[in-house]
Design a binder for this molecule. Structure first.
Ligand SMILES: [Cu+2]
Length: 300
C-alpha cells in the first residue's frame, strides 16, 4: 500500500472513531459540567414520593429501591443542579434558595446554577400534584450542617388496603389511616408536626397530637367519652348533648371545624404577602376518604 493510500485509510478510520466517540464525550462533558462546579443530578420519582440522586432509567425504574437524596454542601460551593423526572410531571421548588418552581417534564432536563452561600438546612418541594405520594416529596438539602434526615421522605402508601382486622378501636383505625393516607408526611410522626412550610404564617405544618386539647377534650375521660360518641352515633353533629361531656357545644363546634377542614382542605395563610404561596397545603380528602372515615365513625 502506498503512503497516500495508507494515510487515507488512517484518516478515514480516525474520522469514523471520532464520530462514534464524540457524542459520548460530549454527553459526559455536558453532564459533568465545569470542573470547579459540583454537579448534582436529582430525579423526581413518583412511586415513593422522593427526590433521588440515584440513576433512574427504564432498566431499573420498576425495581425501585432508590434512596432519597441526602445533599450536603459546603458553604461557598458552586453547584449545578440537573433536574429531571423519572415518570410524571413534577415541579421542583427550593424556595429558601430562590430556586423554582421549575416544571420537570418527563424526557427533559432542567439546570440550575447556584452558590451555596447560605448556611442551614433547606427543604425542596414538589408543587405539582404528581401521585398519591406527592406530599412526601419534600427532600432536604443542607449547607454547612451535618444533620440531614433523609429517611422521612419514603412513601409506601396503599390507599385501598383495608386496615388489618386486629385493629378494632377508633384510635387504632385512625392511626392506620393517618399512616396509610400519607397524613404523616406533613403532620409528622405521631402527629408531632414540625414539617417546614415555606412562607407559612405558622412556619411549620400544624401538629395534631394536641388536637384533643384544641377540641376542649381536657382529660382522658373526655377523650374516651368523645370516642364513644363517635363509635355509637352515625352523625354526631346532630346531637344536642353527649354523655360525659358537659362542654359538648364547644367540643361539637371544634369537631365540625375539623371535619370541614378534612372534607374541604385549607389554604395556609402567608407569612409575607409579597412572597409566593406556601408549597404545602391541606388537600380536600372528600375524594379519597368516605364520609364515615372523615367523621371518625368509620366501620372500616
Ligand atoms: Cu408532586
Amino acid at each position: 500500500m502506498k503512503l497516500r493510500e495508507l494515510t487515507a485509510v488512517i484518516l478515514t478510520l480516525a474520522g469514523i472513531a471520532a464520530v462514534a466517540v464524540l457524542p459520548f464525550w460530549y454527553q459526559r462533558e455536558r453532564m459533568e459540567g465545569p470542573k470547579d462546579v459540583r454537579t448534582i443530578q436529582l430525579t423526581g420519582f413518583a412511586p415513593n414520593g422522593i427526590w433521588t440522586e440515584d440513576s433512574v432509567d427504564g432498566s431499573n425504574y420498576w425495581k425501585g429501591g432508590f434512596r432519597p437524596s441526602d445533599i450536603r454542601l459546603t458553604p461557598g460551593e458552586k453547584v449545578r443542579l440537573v433536574l429531571r423526572s423519572a415518570d410524571v410531571m413534577h415541579r421542583f421548588y427550593l424556595p429558601e434558595l430562590g430556586i423554582g418552581p421549575i416544571d420537570l417534564i418527563p424526557g427533559h432536563t432542567e439546570e440550575v446554577l447556584f452558590k451555596a452561600d447560605k448556611v442551614g438546612t433547606f427543604t425542596c418541594f414538589c408543587t405539582a400534584m404528581c401521585s398519591d405520594c406527592h406530599f412526601f416529596m419534600h427532600g432536604l438539602l443542607s449547607v454547612g450542617r451535618d444533620l440531614v434526615d433523609a429517611s422521612r421522605g419514603l412513601c409506601v402508601l396503599n390507599h385501598d388496603a383495608p386496615p388489618p382486622p386486629s385493629l378494632t378501636t377508633l384510635p387504632e383505625k385512625g392511626s392506620y389511616w393517618f399512616h396509610n393516607m400519607g397524613c404523616i408526611s406533613c403532620h409528622g410522626a405521631e402527629g408531632s408536626g414540625g414539617v417546614t412550610n415555606f412562607n407559612y404564617a405558622k412556619g411549620t405544618v400544624p401538629a395534631l397530637n394536641t388536637l384533643a386539647e384544641r377540641m376542649f377534650l381536657q382529660s382522658k375521660d373526655d377523650v374516651q367519652a368523645f370516642s364513644k360518641v363517635l363509635e355509637q352515633t352515625k352523625d354526631p353533629s346532630r346531637l344536642k348533648a353527649a354523655p360525659g361531656l358537659s362542654n359538648w357545644p364547644l367540643v361539637l363546634a371544634q369537631y365540625k371545624a375539623v371535619v370541614n377542614t378534612i372534607q374541604s382542605g385549607s389554604v395556609p395563610a402567608k407569612a409575607d404577602p409579597n412572597l409566593p404561596d406556601p408549597p404545602l397545603f391541606m388537600p380536600s380528602w372528600r375524594e379519597k376518604l368516605n364520609p364515615e372515615q372523615i367523621k371518625g365513625t368509620s366501620k372500616n
